[in-house]
Design a protein around this ligand. Sequence first.
Ligand code: GRF
Length: 224
Amino acid sequence: MPQAKLPVVVMLSGNGSTLQAILDAPELEALIEIHGVISDQADAYGLERAAAHHISTAHIPKLAADDAQTYTAKLITQLNDWQPKLIVLAGYMRILSAAFVQRYALQIINIHPSLLPHYKGLNTHQRVLDAGEVRHGTSVHVVNAELDAGTIIAQAPCPVRADDTAETLSARVKAKERELYPKVIAWLARGELVLTDHGAYLNHQCLPEQGWQLPDLPGTAPSY
Ligand code: GRF
């Protein structure tokens, strides 16, 4: 009997090229079913990408009158409808409340454009350039209540070139993200990757602190 697909909800705020990479990943087609896409921004292009694939969407803004508890309740109400087993953050620009993270403990993953634990937060590409780093990359991690600080599942490093701008560096990192995120989601869907309070286990092996490392081979990923 074919295995049931993993029910997934994607949360985003913008362009949605990360969502597109998930939708286009051939290995995920038989493994996951995206029950819905949530955006806090009404004009996020990611919502259009979802609609083009006939995926349900919800615009859930954080209104000025919403405190963290109210906003969390709105998100959970929507998620109760869609019943995800995995929540994939794909450029979602809000910090999720501790209550939300606790409700979906070990079921939320994020992709962050740096080699964590370095360069948490925003503007990572420019900060990496300003610091004169020669190596940059992206990390997939478990979301916990602390910003960009959950267990690191996997990383994809790439070089920083002498003539890089934040844009060229971002494009190189995004190509890595398009490869890495679907791979991690597939591991989870197949049950090969198990997330626990004391680390991530890939095929029963506890992953090292910096996660599984994607070899930095010349990429062939498409651009979006
Ligand atoms: C990605 O590069 C990811 O690293 C970060 O946000 C970006 C989202 O881009 N978390 P997009 O909206 O998916 O194009």
